[in-house]
Design a protein around this ligand. Structure first.
Ligand code: ASP
Length: 363
């Protein structure tokens, strides 16, 4: 039970909220240390490898057979929803989903907090995507208040909440899978430490770039280039965070300005669903921020191109089908599923069982 009202909890700075959240929920990128990130990457690799071994998939599918997951997605989603579903299935979990509030009691005026309290009477895990950036924190507070506890490794724990995207602020599991992808791609040249990254597109409202930028505090000597039209540039709160953590950053006015020097490019689409006068028509990307074949030719041979997807016109479609290992976004998508297996396994503390099976198989 938390000795704090919901309003008091929500009014805390995120850096303080994470002290309460500990490893009970996954809501903010600021929760993770370097040690955590390295462990997640190793575990995602172990899950991927084990699943391919004869009998490995079977071992994994026994681990959480007795657990029920709810995927509560009230904003559109393809990859996050499907990869969480698949990850849960690989771990043997039973699954339910709510994707349309019109068919839940929320449409009868039930508050989010009451809805979550109901969900956690039935399920052992809630993955949620919501337009309200505080929805995940409110759900966590509710899980702390509720009487139901899960017995996990001799400890009573609240029903875990995982953010699958919180408004325009955070998408922590996407950031973890981005780190996993970068970690693998940059491994031959010494990993993420000391590298330069270009983040392109709608940095003001892109929750993926925000969450990824927070994670960069865990790496030494990283440099960030923010390539965006002025109105989509990175917000002051995040720039202050980077300054406090001594991460060097620079705003630039086109992809061309830094394409020859960076070790990875992370493209994003314009998040026009957050426009006040959203017309439903998509806002096109400006020329300077469209990734073309010419950029690919100029990019370092060891660099890589990422995108959280969905993409629109910010990458020339020709780039999609070139045989070039630097074009990494389709593999990034697949990595996401393995990272989500790892995230759930760690929350339910079956990561040790996976690592043991992996290590005994590796020998
Ligand atoms: N799928 C990502 C997200 O949910 C990226 C995007 O929608 O542009 O934030």
């Amino acid at each position: 039970m938390m000795e704090m009202t919901l309003a008091d909890f929500l009014s805390l700075p995120d850096a303080v909220k994470v002290r309460y959240i500990r490893d009970f929920a996954i809501l903010y990128s600021q929760q993770f240390s370097r040690e955590d990130l390295d462990a997640y990457c190793r575990l995602a690799d172990a899950c991927r490898f084990l699943h391919r071994q004869p009998g490995g998939a079977n071992v994994m599918s026994q681990l959480l057979r007795h657990r029920m997951a709810l995927n509560f997605f009230v904003q559109p989603s393809s990859r996050t929803f499907m990869s969480f579903n698949t990850a849960q299935a690989y771990l043997g979990m039973n699954r339910m989903s709510v994707r349309d509030v019109n068919i839940s009691s929320i449409s009868k005026g039930e508050s989010l907090v009451d809805s979550v309290r109901t969900f956690i009477s039935y399920v052992d895990l809630v993955v949620m995507r919501h337009s309200d950036e505080n929805a995940g924190a409110a759900a966590f507070w509710t899980a702390m208040q509720a009487h139901r506890r899960l017995r996990i490794e001799e400890q009573d724990r609240p029903v875990p909440i995982i953010s699958g995207g919180s408004g325009s602020q955070q998408h922590p599991t996407q950031a973890l899978l981005d780190i996993y992808t970068l970690d693998k791609a940059l491994e031959p040249i010494g990993g993420i430490d000391g590298k330069s990254f270009m983040l392109v597109g709608d940095l003001a409202r892109g929750r993926t770039v925000r969450s990824l930028s927070y994670l960069m505090k865990n790496y030494r000597g990283v440099q960030l280039f923010f390539a965006a039209p002025e109105r989509y540039q990175m917000r002051a709160d995040l720039l202050e965070f980077l300054d406090r953590n001594e991460i060097s950053w620079q705003m630039i006015g086109s992809i061309s300005e830094a394409i020859d020097v960076v070790d990875a490019v992370y493209m994003t689409r314009i998040q026009d669903e957050y426009d006040h006068l959203a017309t439903g028509k998509h806002v096109p990307a400006t020329k300077e921020f469209v990734f073309t074949m010419n950029h690919l030719r100029r990019m370092k041979q060891t660099a890589c191109l990422l995108h959280p997807l969905p993409k629109r016109d910010e990458i020339d479609p020709e780039v999609d089908y070139v045989e070039d290992p630097r074009v990494m976004y389709w593999r990034q998508e697949r990595n996401g599923m393995w990272m989500r297996v790892a995230i759930i396994a760690k929350l339910f503390k079956v990561d040790g069982a996976i690592l043991d099976a992996y290590e005994s198989d590796e020998m």
